[in-house]
Ligand binder design. Structure first.
Ligand code: URA
Length: 241
């Protein structure tokens, strides 16, 4: 896809993960060529998608945006960098761009749907508190739900810090006397929201998985840790938000 002119150093930082200094150094060493001509400066402009950029002779193909659906496994952080745990972006091995990030956060122990992209506009719209994008979670819990739990969730739950959530839809599934399973649809993204809502009715979440976010539904074929690109239809629908 043809794009507007952009600085070569920006192209290289976005598409290779080089810092600007590294890009400059690589150019000085003669490792970078534009349309077959070695360039020793990175502050000039190029036409991404039209001009061919190579590093050490290898073409760097331009892609303005990438969109991946990840089934986040437990034990991986929803961040781009972390000193202790692997990050969700490090799981995306086939990425072309180096500036991908997760749209929102799931807790370290939460599994399920996470959109990974570099599309800041879309991320902003999906996360905007004003747009109230539905997020559906499947969970198991220990404890026993009060008889009026569904109604309390539907009215909005007062959390331990006194804040009230927006109305949510609780669908209790199984219950075995010690705990059970449920589906919960919420429209916000407060910190640990699902766990805190369940705690407010005396239950502890023991497993949590996000299965959808707006129109985007987790692909059942993706095992935890697996990912795929969004289809054109999924992307189109998400953009309607
Ligand atoms: N609510 C939580 O408590 N944790 C998550 O990871 C997502 C929603």
């Amino acid at each position: 896809m043809a794009e507007k002119p952009m600085r070569l150093d920006r192209f290289l930082t976005e598409m290779t993960g080089f810092t600007r200094t590294q890009a400059k150094e690589a150019a000085k060493k003669g490792r970078i060529a534009v349309d077959g001509v070695i360039t020793r400066k990175t502050d000039g402009k190029i036409l991404p998608g039209v001009q061919k950029v190579t590093v050490d002779g290898e073409e760097i193909v331009y892609l303005a945006a990438e969109y991946f659906m990840l089934n986040k496994p437990a034990g991986v952080v929803s961040a781009t960098e972390d000193g202790r745990y692997p990050t969700v972006t490090s799981l995306i091995l086939e990425k072309k761009r180096s500036d991908l990030f997760p749209v929102g956060r799931l807790d370290l122990d939460t599994e399920g749907l996470l959109l990974i992209t570099n599309d800041g506009d879309l991320a902003h719209r999906l996360l905007s508190p004003r747009r109230h994008v539905d997020k559906v979670y499947e969970l198991t819990y220990s404890g026993s739900l009060p008889a009026d739990a569904k109604e309390r969730f539907a009215e909005g739950i007062v959390l331990e810090d006194g804040t009230k959530t927006m109305p949510a839809v609780l669908e209790p599934l199984d219950f075995d006397g010690q705990g059970g399973a449920a589906r919960l649809t919420i429209r916000e993204g407060k910190f640990h929201q699902v766990k805190r809502m369940m705690e407010a009715v005396g239950c502890r979440v023991t497993y949590l998985k996000r299965v959808s976010m707006g129109s985007l539904v987790l692909d059942k074929n993706l095992k935890p840790g697996q990912y795929r690109q969004l289809t054109a239809e999924e992307l189109e629908e998400l953009r309607q938000i």
